[in-house]
Design a protein around this ligand. Structure first.
Ligand SMILES: Nc1ncnc2c1ncn2[C@@H]1O[C@H](COP(=O)(O)OP(=O)(O)OP(=O)(O)O)[C@@H](O)[C@H]1O
Ligand SMILES: [Mg+2]
Length: 206
Protein backbone atom coordinates (compact mmCIF):
# COMPACT_ATOMS: atom_id res chain seq x y z
CA UNK A 1 0.00 0.00 0.00
CA UNK A 2 1.25 3.53 -0.81
CA UNK A 3 1.47 6.52 1.48
CA UNK A 4 -1.67 8.37 2.49
CA UNK A 5 -2.11 11.80 1.01
CA UNK A 6 -4.80 14.46 0.88
CA UNK A 7 -5.43 16.70 -2.09
CA UNK A 8 -6.86 19.71 -0.31
CA UNK A 9 -8.72 22.06 -2.67
CA UNK A 10 -9.40 25.58 -1.51
CA UNK A 11 -10.96 28.51 -3.33
CA UNK A 12 -14.10 30.57 -3.74
CA UNK A 13 -17.44 29.06 -4.69
CA UNK A 14 -17.42 28.24 -8.40
CA UNK A 15 -13.63 28.39 -8.63
CA UNK A 16 -13.47 24.77 -9.83
CA UNK A 17 -12.77 22.57 -6.80
CA UNK A 18 -15.43 19.96 -7.59
CA UNK A 19 -14.79 20.00 -11.35
CA UNK A 20 -11.02 19.46 -10.99
CA UNK A 21 -11.43 16.92 -8.19
CA UNK A 22 -13.37 14.58 -10.51
CA UNK A 23 -10.40 14.35 -12.91
CA UNK A 24 -7.94 13.83 -10.07
CA UNK A 25 -10.15 11.12 -8.56
CA UNK A 26 -10.18 9.30 -11.92
CA UNK A 27 -6.39 9.38 -12.17
CA UNK A 28 -5.95 8.02 -8.63
CA UNK A 29 -8.39 5.17 -9.36
CA UNK A 30 -6.55 4.46 -12.63
CA UNK A 31 -3.40 3.85 -10.60
CA UNK A 32 -5.23 1.15 -8.64
CA UNK A 33 -5.55 3.17 -5.42
CA UNK A 34 -8.69 3.74 -3.42
CA UNK A 35 -9.72 7.35 -2.85
CA UNK A 36 -12.21 8.99 -0.51
CA UNK A 37 -13.74 12.20 -1.83
CA UNK A 38 -14.97 14.61 0.84
CA UNK A 39 -16.81 17.32 -1.04
CA UNK A 40 -17.85 20.19 1.22
CA UNK A 41 -21.38 20.29 -0.17
CA UNK A 42 -21.88 16.58 0.47
CA UNK A 43 -20.30 16.57 3.94
CA UNK A 44 -22.62 19.42 4.91
CA UNK A 45 -25.55 17.02 4.30
CA UNK A 46 -24.37 14.54 6.96
CA UNK A 47 -21.54 14.97 9.50
CA UNK A 48 -21.69 18.77 9.18
CA UNK A 49 -25.49 18.88 8.92
CA UNK A 50 -26.89 21.83 10.84
CA UNK A 51 -23.71 23.89 10.60
CA UNK A 52 -24.04 27.31 8.98
CA UNK A 53 -21.58 29.80 7.58
CA UNK A 54 -20.41 31.78 10.61
CA UNK A 55 -16.65 31.62 11.23
CA UNK A 56 -17.26 29.24 14.12
CA UNK A 57 -19.39 26.87 12.04
CA UNK A 58 -17.09 27.01 9.04
CA UNK A 59 -14.14 26.20 11.30
CA UNK A 60 -16.00 23.25 12.82
CA UNK A 61 -16.93 21.96 9.34
CA UNK A 62 -13.36 22.23 8.03
CA UNK A 63 -11.85 20.69 11.18
CA UNK A 64 -14.12 17.68 10.68
CA UNK A 65 -12.86 17.31 7.12
CA UNK A 66 -9.28 17.59 8.37
CA UNK A 67 -9.81 15.04 11.09
CA UNK A 68 -11.39 12.56 8.68
CA UNK A 69 -8.59 13.13 6.17
CA UNK A 70 -6.04 12.45 8.91
CA UNK A 71 -7.73 9.13 9.79
CA UNK A 72 -7.70 8.03 6.14
CA UNK A 73 -4.05 9.11 5.93
CA UNK A 74 -3.28 6.94 8.94
CA UNK A 75 -4.49 3.93 6.95
CA UNK A 76 -2.74 5.01 3.74
CA UNK A 77 -5.92 5.88 1.85
CA UNK A 78 -5.80 8.91 -0.46
CA UNK A 79 -8.36 11.65 0.18
CA UNK A 80 -9.64 14.57 -1.83
CA UNK A 81 -11.33 17.43 -0.01
CA UNK A 82 -13.21 20.03 -2.01
CA UNK A 83 -14.52 22.75 0.28
CA UNK A 84 -14.07 26.53 0.20
CA UNK A 85 -12.05 26.30 3.44
CA UNK A 86 -11.56 30.07 3.60
CA UNK A 87 -9.42 30.37 6.73
CA UNK A 88 -5.68 29.90 6.64
CA UNK A 89 -5.22 28.91 10.28
CA UNK A 90 -7.75 26.07 10.10
CA UNK A 91 -6.27 24.77 6.85
CA UNK A 92 -2.88 24.82 8.54
CA UNK A 93 -4.30 22.91 11.53
CA UNK A 94 -5.63 20.33 9.09
CA UNK A 95 -2.19 20.06 7.49
CA UNK A 96 -0.77 19.43 10.94
CA UNK A 97 -3.33 16.69 11.66
CA UNK A 98 -2.74 14.98 8.31
CA UNK A 99 1.04 15.16 8.59
CA UNK A 100 1.03 13.87 12.17
CA UNK A 101 -1.01 10.89 10.96
CA UNK A 102 1.72 10.08 8.41
CA UNK A 103 0.04 11.64 5.37
CA UNK A 104 1.03 14.34 2.92
CA UNK A 105 -1.19 17.36 2.37
CA UNK A 106 -1.18 18.72 -1.16
CA UNK A 107 -2.92 22.08 -1.02
CA UNK A 108 -4.44 23.20 -4.32
CA UNK A 109 -5.53 26.81 -4.59
CA UNK A 110 -8.20 27.35 -7.23
CA UNK A 111 -7.60 30.98 -8.09
CA UNK A 112 -10.29 32.84 -10.02
CA UNK A 113 -11.27 36.51 -10.21
CA UNK A 114 -14.67 37.60 -8.97
CA UNK A 115 -15.84 38.87 -12.39
CA UNK A 116 -15.42 35.40 -13.89
CA UNK A 117 -17.12 33.77 -10.90
CA UNK A 118 -20.08 36.13 -11.18
CA UNK A 119 -20.31 35.36 -14.92
CA UNK A 120 -20.15 31.60 -14.24
CA UNK A 121 -22.50 31.74 -11.28
CA UNK A 122 -22.74 27.92 -11.35
CA UNK A 123 -25.26 27.78 -8.49
CA UNK A 124 -26.87 31.19 -9.00
CA UNK A 125 -25.58 32.27 -5.59
CA UNK A 126 -23.41 35.25 -6.57
CA UNK A 127 -26.37 37.19 -7.92
CA UNK A 128 -28.21 36.63 -4.66
CA UNK A 129 -25.15 37.46 -2.55
CA UNK A 130 -24.51 40.69 -4.47
CA UNK A 131 -28.18 41.60 -4.07
CA UNK A 132 -27.71 41.13 -0.32
CA UNK A 133 -30.01 38.11 -0.17
CA UNK A 134 -27.31 35.79 1.22
CA UNK A 135 -25.25 36.84 4.21
CA UNK A 136 -21.71 35.58 4.88
CA UNK A 137 -21.02 34.73 1.26
CA UNK A 138 -17.29 34.10 0.79
CA UNK A 139 -15.63 36.60 -1.54
CA UNK A 140 -18.63 38.96 -1.45
CA UNK A 141 -19.60 39.50 2.18
CA UNK A 142 -17.25 37.10 4.00
CA UNK A 143 -13.46 36.79 3.99
CA UNK A 144 -11.31 34.42 1.96
CA UNK A 145 -7.67 33.96 2.92
CA UNK A 146 -5.60 32.63 0.03
CA UNK A 147 -2.81 30.20 0.96
CA UNK A 148 0.77 31.55 1.10
CA UNK A 149 2.51 28.44 -0.15
CA UNK A 150 0.10 26.03 -1.80
CA UNK A 151 1.65 23.03 -3.54
CA UNK A 152 -0.37 23.87 -6.69
CA UNK A 153 -2.15 26.98 -7.96
CA UNK A 154 -4.79 26.46 -10.66
CA UNK A 155 -5.68 29.67 -12.52
CA UNK A 156 -9.13 28.51 -13.45
CA UNK A 157 -10.17 31.66 -15.34
CA UNK A 158 -7.34 31.00 -17.82
CA UNK A 159 -6.88 27.23 -17.84
CA UNK A 160 -9.22 24.48 -18.98
CA UNK A 161 -10.43 22.02 -16.34
CA UNK A 162 -8.18 19.38 -17.92
CA UNK A 163 -5.12 21.65 -17.76
CA UNK A 164 -5.77 22.50 -14.12
CA UNK A 165 -6.30 18.83 -13.23
CA UNK A 166 -3.09 17.86 -15.02
CA UNK A 167 -1.11 20.31 -12.85
CA UNK A 168 -2.46 18.59 -9.75
CA UNK A 169 -1.79 15.11 -11.13
CA UNK A 170 1.79 16.06 -12.13
CA UNK A 171 2.42 17.31 -8.59
CA UNK A 172 1.14 14.02 -7.11
CA UNK A 173 3.72 12.12 -9.19
CA UNK A 174 6.46 14.64 -8.40
CA UNK A 175 5.84 14.27 -4.66
CA UNK A 176 5.76 10.46 -4.94
CA UNK A 177 2.10 10.30 -3.84
CA UNK A 178 1.35 8.40 -7.03
CA UNK A 179 3.71 6.09 -8.83
CA UNK A 180 3.70 5.18 -12.49
CA UNK A 181 2.70 1.57 -13.10
CA UNK A 182 5.70 -0.72 -12.84
CA UNK A 183 7.51 1.44 -10.27
CA UNK A 184 7.97 -0.59 -7.11
CA UNK A 185 6.20 0.79 -4.05
CA UNK A 186 8.79 -0.46 -1.58
CA UNK A 187 12.34 -1.75 -2.04
CA UNK A 188 12.66 -5.56 -1.90
CA UNK A 189 12.45 -7.12 1.54
CA UNK A 190 15.43 -9.10 2.89
CA UNK A 191 13.56 -12.36 2.14
CA UNK A 192 12.89 -11.29 -1.44
CA UNK A 193 16.53 -10.24 -1.92
CA UNK A 194 17.73 -13.68 -0.75
CA UNK A 195 15.29 -15.36 -3.13
CA UNK A 196 16.49 -13.20 -6.04
CA UNK A 197 20.15 -13.97 -5.21
CA UNK A 198 19.34 -17.70 -5.12
CA UNK A 199 17.75 -17.56 -8.55
CA UNK A 200 20.57 -15.49 -10.03
CA UNK A 201 23.07 -17.97 -8.57
CA UNK A 202 21.17 -20.91 -10.09
CA UNK A 203 21.29 -19.15 -13.43
CA UNK A 204 25.04 -18.71 -13.09
CA UNK A 205 25.03 -14.92 -12.74
CA UNK A 206 26.50 -14.83 -9.24
N1 LIG B 1 -9.75 25.45 -15.17
C1 LIG B 1 -10.93 25.18 -14.60
N2 LIG B 1 -10.98 24.45 -13.50
C2 LIG B 1 -12.15 24.16 -12.89
N3 LIG B 1 -13.34 24.57 -13.33
C3 LIG B 1 -13.37 25.31 -14.46
C4 LIG B 1 -12.17 25.65 -15.14
N4 LIG B 1 -12.49 26.38 -16.19
C5 LIG B 1 -13.84 26.48 -16.19
N5 LIG B 1 -14.38 25.84 -15.14
C6 LIG B 1 -15.82 25.73 -14.84
O1 LIG B 1 -16.07 26.41 -13.60
C7 LIG B 1 -17.10 25.76 -12.86
C8 LIG B 1 -16.57 25.42 -11.47
O2 LIG B 1 -17.61 24.89 -10.68
P1 LIG B 1 -17.38 23.93 -9.44
O3 LIG B 1 -18.71 23.41 -9.06
O4 LIG B 1 -16.30 22.97 -9.74
O5 LIG B 1 -16.86 24.97 -8.36
P2 LIG B 1 -16.57 24.73 -6.80
O6 LIG B 1 -15.28 25.37 -6.53
O7 LIG B 1 -16.70 23.28 -6.49
O8 LIG B 1 -17.72 25.57 -6.11
P3 LIG B 1 -18.46 25.35 -4.69
O9 LIG B 1 -17.54 25.80 -3.61
O10 LIG B 1 -19.67 26.24 -4.78
O11 LIG B 1 -18.83 23.89 -4.58
C9 LIG B 1 -17.51 24.53 -13.64
O12 LIG B 1 -18.66 24.83 -14.38
C10 LIG B 1 -16.31 24.30 -14.57
O13 LIG B 1 -16.67 23.67 -15.78
MG1 LIG C 1 -18.00 22.19 -5.23
Amino acid sequence: MGKGFTVWFTGLSGSGKTAISKFVEKEILKQGREVEVLDGDVVRTHISKGLGFSKEDRDAHISRLGWLASRFSHYGVPVITAAISPYKDIRNNCRQMITSAGGIMVEVYCECDLDTLVKRDVKGLYKKAIAGEIKNFTGVSDPYEAPDNPEVVCYTAKETVEESAQKVIDKLYELGCLKKKGEADEPYSEEEKKEIDKRLEALGYL
